[in-house]
Design a protein around this ligand. Sequence first.
Ligand SMILES: *[C@@H]1O[C@H](CO)[C@@H](O)[C@H](O)[C@H]1NC(C)=O
Length: 170
Amino acid sequence: MFAKSLTSLSILAVALSLPYQALGHAIITPAIGITGTPVRADAVRVSSTVPCGNGVDVASAIPGSAAAQAAGNAFNVTITNFNGGVDGSTEIVSTLVDPSGTGASFTGGSATITTNGVEAPATTGSVPIAGTLPDGTVCTGGNDGASCLVSFATAGGFGNCVLISQADSA
Ligand SMILES: *[C@@H]1O[C@H](CO)[C@@H](O)[C@H](O)[C@H]1NC(C)=O
């Protein structure tokens, strides 16, 4: 009886610990501050207070970083996950838009994700993410004076910022 209770407790403990393992290593590209192909060690956690990721110096990460080109309000980025299962979520659960393109003021609302990843992908790899900036967004920063800085957060709590440019936007 005692042994059985202990087993039940162990199962409960494992079940309770699972959500804390659901921390996906994933990167949305083109990510600011990452040159070349992103690797697992580049993945950082994001939060509402650190929308571009823990330890990321936004001001020094932006110069030289590529931007995703918008068409109207629509944009495409790519998410790459480095762990399968719930550890490598490719699902974007929140976004923040900084029209000034500096990372200083994420006051532009949220992008709408129209093509998303999945909460618990079966494999590692890359999948497309599509979205739209809020209607009326005017991007005025980045490296071309026409980019917004957009923060993406995954279901696993990872994410980063991407420059999205309206420079050639119709
Ligand atoms: C995003 O990708 C889709 C599918 O390839 C394409 O049809 C669309 O034009 C792209 N949009 C932008 C803004 O690049």
